[in-house]
Design a protein around this ligand. Structure first.
Ligand code: HEC
Length: 157
């Protein structure tokens, strides 16, 4: 290779590494709601947490009634899902989806089964959601620390 060619190749390599680094810093390569989580939620959860399900506010007023009707709080948009991640019902998503590794009694949360038809699918989907959340905690709003709240990433894009 000529000296000039080497220079060009070197420049291209440098730019590629630089661009990848910049994308990583901007969180573009990490797990996001739009890219990874939305699909799992729409395939596995929206049957009962879809746009015809109650808002969290409405749900809390008649939990027993909605449970009978097989409806849980709406998780049809990023904002509605986040209510159960770091909003008024902080940690609800994590408490219900945990596979038993973080629960006190070692039992999975009661929505874990909905993550897939096979154990392999359930654990793969849980991994995506755990990576997305970041600081995985089962704590409620009243118990969570500011640092723990900050560790929850759950990026939209
Ligand atoms: C077959 C219906 C059904 C499916 C599918 C389903 N859920 Fe649920 N979910 C419910 C019902 C009904 C409730 C309310 C009763 C209860 O608390 O168990 C609920 C409650 C919840 C709660 C607690 C809400 C709160 O704030 O109290 C969370 C979080 C949750 N579901 C997440 C999920 C996720 C995530 C999925 C998909 C992996 C999912 N659910 C799939 C029916 C379902």
């Amino acid at each position: 290779m000529s000296k000039k060619m080497l220079k060009v190749v070197g420049g291209v390599v440098f730019l590629t590494v630089f661009a990848a680094g910049a994308a990583l810093a901007a969180g573009k390569i990490g797990v996001t709601y739009e890219k990874d989580v939305k699909k799992i939620i729409s395939e596995r959860c929206l049957l009962c947490h879809g746009s015809n399900a109650p808002t969290m506010e409405a749900y809390k007023k008649d939990e027993a009634g909605f449970k009978k009707a097989m409806k849980g709080p709406k998780a049809d948009t990023y904002a509605n899902l986040m209510v159960m991640v770091n909003g008024s019902d902080t940690g609800a998503l994590m408490r219900r989806l945990d596979d038993g590794k973080s629960t006190k009694d070692g039992k999975p949360g009661n929505m874990y089964d909905n993550l897939g038809g096979t154990e392999q699918e359930r654990s793969a989907n849980l991994k995506v959601i755990k990576d997305w959340v970041g600081g995985w905690t089962l704590k409620r709003k009243k118990d969570i620390s500011a640092d723990e709240l900050k560790a929850i990433k759950a990026l939209e894009k």
